[in-house]
Design a protein around this ligand. Sequence first.
Ligand code: ZN
Length: 215
Amino acid sequence: MAKQVVKRRGQRQVEDVNGSGKPVDLDVLQSLVTEMLLALGEKPGRNGLVKTPERVAKALAFMTQGYQRDIDHLLNDALFPIEYDEMVIVKDLDFFSMCEHHLLPFYGKVHVGYLPNKKVVGLSKIPRIVDTFARRLQVQERLTVQIAETLKAKLNAHGVGVVVEARHLCMMMRGVEKQNTIAVTSSMLGAFRSQPQTRLEFLKLIRRGSVGDSD
Ligand SMILES: [Zn+2]
């Protein structure tokens, strides 16, 4: 199972980039949802709720399917040799994730850039890498770092930049923060960290089209 080292706030954390691969136990989830409904004071037997445990279990399984995905398998046959060494940018990728503190959604956009080093990844794979990490219980900072570290390692890229802009329902619905707050996180690796010009070029190119823009 592939492990990778993630540096944050000066600490070294070993993060497991591959999920457990363990299939979701839908039966257990369903009975837990029934118990939750009871604990909330609901009547799980009433019409509108009869199929709710089954629906919630299936929805949770879908929204956490990233645990079943293997990054190496995903990238298999999707790396191509090139001479080209200009920055590659994929921006405005929609993602939906769930915060691991409240099990409520956070969602928004991911912008990815990298400087290739003799190979590139098929463009369609970048959204799938994002989904693999987003469809797990997450915190936004870790999601950002996992996407960046994975691209850096698998592509051996000269540099990688990832910016994530998100709205968190746990902040919005619980009235913790202003309703329009967008949390922005970034991870800059290699040339994106060491060369301000590279970083600026990336930030300039992704600047247009933030979450909620109506253009
Ligand atoms: Zn939360």
